[in-house]
Design a protein around this ligand. Structure first.
Ligand SMILES: C[S@@+](CC[C@H](N)C(=O)[O-])C[C@H]1O[C@@H](n2cnc3c(N)ncnc32)[C@H](O)[C@@H]1O
Length: 408
């Protein structure tokens, strides 16, 4: 997937000074002096929360510790430090992930139908990372955004809203302080017809809910039918970990089973999920960016590595209403596949896993013109043969590639 230039640059150079100034103004003198580059501040006030939160995010569903972050929020005696730590480390990452997904939609023409005034619902908004990502993805496009942040933690909501007001004064923000404790809460979520959404986004949220895939599909569909405009689009961004990623893939299958959704990305249609065929497989994307300094420092202190950002994502629309056509859907292409693994460069051929409409295949691509083929790229195969385990693409070309960034 392409890492969009504007968001990468903004997050690299503008985000941290703005965020630090905002934290200082927001929390005032009552807190320990905030210094996002100071070892002492990071070690004392940020690091313990990052370590705990990372452990929490990396949990296994089966290890009995599977509680959503909303429960985790309540465990700290210093909620403001915890929120500031979350937002200093995880928010720019999730903003970048969401910006990259929306950038792909824009590049593929999938955002055209959303129009010039886009109403967003940011579910489980936390401190507003997904809305920031949307703002960055549409930066300079002339599109006006209005985002409603729905979140159960009021402090997160306020911190996020005030930061977004600071860095994106033209972005209209509304908030809904609400906890979706059960499925009925979502169906009862009140929206006026005139407030219907163009873009429904949830970032690192669905895996917090613990609803079965079938329940979640059912309830989301009912919710979207009331709240999404005919051309509206829903975007999910979730962790790249096996368990959480598979949960999103299972939700995808359950939604397809209803016959009421059209998958737009990363899968190029409603093809059966190639990753769900094997019980331990999963599917994720990986993008490059320039880490803000505080993320780099915290990575070094925690021995984590966010030079690249991994995630699982899904973009869909309701069918058959409305028309959302990508630039790849003009019917002029031979079978298109999406690269879903790293690509090995061996003996004048490239090889890796790609998802085609009939199956996930291990493909050997002959005669590559260059070695840029990578995870997330879309390829057209005009001549090929073989089984899914060993497919030989003799004539092929890249339809959609990537830009990468070297950290400086
Ligand atoms: C992992 S955070 C992600 C926040 C943000 N979307 C991001 O990408 O950084 C999940 C958020 O969902 C909120 N949340 C979890 N369960 C919720 C529920 N049942 N209703 C409303 N919000 C919830 C949590 O309070 C938390 O802020």
């Amino acid at each position: 997937m392409r890492s969009p230039v504007n968001p990468v640059n903004w997050l690299k150079s503008e985000w941290q000074p703005e965020w630090e100034a905002h934290l200082k103004a927001y929390y005032g003198e009552s807190q320990e002096p905030i210094d996002l580059e100071g070892d002492r501040y990071l070690r004392r006030s940020v690091l313990p929360h990052i370590s705990n939160l990372s452990e929490h995010f990396n949990r296994l569903e089966s290890d009995g510790k599977d509680q959503g972050i909303s429960k985790y929020w309540k465990k700290s005696s210093n909620n403001s430090n915890q929120l500031a730590a979350y937002a200093s480390f995880f928010s720019p990452q999730n903003a970048m992930r969401v910006a990259a997904v929306l950038h792909e939609m824009r590049t593929h023409g999938l955002a055209d139908s959303l129009g010039e005034n886009i109403n967003i619902l940011d579910m489980g908004a936390g401190t507003g990372a997904a809305t920031l990502g949307a703002h960055l993805a549409f930066l300079g496009s002339g599109v006006n955004l209005c985002s409603t942040l729905l979140e159960s933690n009021q402090q997160a909501l306020k911190l996020g809203q005030s930061f977004l007001n600071r860095v994106a004064p033209n972005l209209e923000i509304k908030t809904k302080h609400q906890s979706l404790e059960n499925v009925s809460a979502l169906t009862q979520l009140g929206f006026e017809r005139r407030d219907a959404m163009d873009l429904w986004i949830s970032s690192f949220f669905i895996n917090e809910l613990h609803w079965s895939a079938a329940d979640c599909a059912d309830i989301l569909l009912r919710h979207w039918k009331r709240t999404l405009k005919p051309n509206g689009i829903a975007v999910f961004v979730e962790p790249a970990l096996q368990v959480q990623s598979r949960r999103l893939l299972e939700l995808r299958e359950a939604l397809i089973q209803t016959g009421e959704v059209q998958i737009l990305r990363p899968c190029l249609d409603n093809r059966p999920c190639g990753a769900l065929v094997a019980p331990r497989d999963w599917c994720h994307e990986r993008i490059s960016w320039w880490r803000p300094k505080v993320v780099m420092k915290l990575d070094a202190l925690t021995k984590l590595d966010h030079k690249e950002l991994a995630f699982t994502y899904l973009v869909l629309k309701l069918k058959p209403k409305g028309k959302v056509l990508s630039t790849l859907d003009r019917g002029e292409y031979s079978p298109l596949g999406r690269m879903i693994s790293e690509v090995k460069d061996q003996k004048n051929a490239l090889s890796g896993y790609a998802c085609f409409s009939d199956a996930k295949k291990y493909v050997r691509f002959s005669n590559p013109s260059d070695d840029t083929l990578n995870r997330g790229h879309i390829v057209e195969v005009t001549e090929g043969q073989g089984s899914p385990e060993a497919f030989h693409a003799k004539k092929w070309r890249e339809v959609y590639s990537t830009e990468s960034f070297e950290e400086s």
